[in-house]
Design a protein around this ligand. Structure first.
Ligand code: FES
Length: 237
């Protein structure tokens, strides 16, 4: 059994297992903290900075990201102090400068009373939350994409900005992106992710194109099953 710690969030006394983050403890207690880059299936990363909260511990008060800060006994957390709200407003303005259209960002901006950003709108789309990179590495086990550059040139990219040789075209990055930035389409037996084409396997029985060949090769390699085991779609298998 995990050791339990006691803390307060917005004056409410809460017990949570040691090792829990403030964001998880708040969620379990039905206390809302905005967040965009957190995903329970992935290692916390702390990139969007929307989940900032004010903590006081052993007489010291500071602002931390709730998704990466673990609860400890006697911790006092305040979710919506003036200082926190000012930080969050600034953060959402910076995010709106990258993407001022997506409803997920607009919703948080509305909650914070932010109508527009003061910063030049660059419409980069991607908010650099890193969920795609973490999903590719931690869930799929492939690491086909990563971060490149620093500061304002930081972006998500495949090695050498070229066709990602390790990508299996599973589309996990597409599904996990909170702002639907990564385009994917299927046409004439080809799945296209961003601008990269991946041929799909045609079911030997019904003729339907059902999965990228690279993904099936990956399944074959990781399961040890022969490739022809994956030549038929799930319905015909
Ligand atoms: S959810 Fe905590 S930094 Fe993004």
């Amino acid at each position: 059994m995990a050791e339990m710690v006691t803390l307060t969030i917005d004056g409410r006394t809460i017990s949570a297992p040691a090792g829990t983050t403030i964001l998880e403890a708040a969620k379990d207690a039905n206390i809302y903290i905005p967040n965009l880059c957190n995903n329970e299936e992935l290692t916390p990363y702390g990139s969007c900075r929307l989940c900032m909260v004010e903590i006081t511990h052993k007489g010291r008060t500071r602002i931390v990201a709730a998704c990466i800060y673990e609860v400890v006994d006697g911790l006092e957390v305040n979710v919506n102090t003036e200082r926190v709200l000012n930080v969050r407003k600034l953060v959402i303005e910076l995010l709106l400068a990258r993407n001022n259209e997506h409803p997920a960002l607009r919703k948080i901006a509305d909650e914070l009373g932010v109508k527009e950003t003061r910063f030049p709108v660059e419409k980069k789309g991607c908010i650099l939350c890193g969920q795609c990179v973490r999903t590719c590495r931690e869930v799929v086990g492939v690491s086909a994409i990563g971060f490149s550059g620093r500061g304002i040139t930081r972006r998500i990219a495949a090695p050498f900005m070229d066709f990602p040789p390790d990508c299996i075209a599973c589309g996990s990055c597409v599904y996990v992106c909170p702002v639907n930035f990564i385009p994917m389409r299927e046409e004439n037996g080809v799945r296209t992710i961003i601008r990269f084409d991946f041929p799909m396997q045609q079911c030997k029985k019904c003729g339907k194109y059902f999965a990228p060949k690279k993904q099936l090769e990956y399944f074959s390699k990781t399961t040890g099953l022969p490739l022809d085991h994956f030549e038929n779609c799930i319905d015909c298998r």
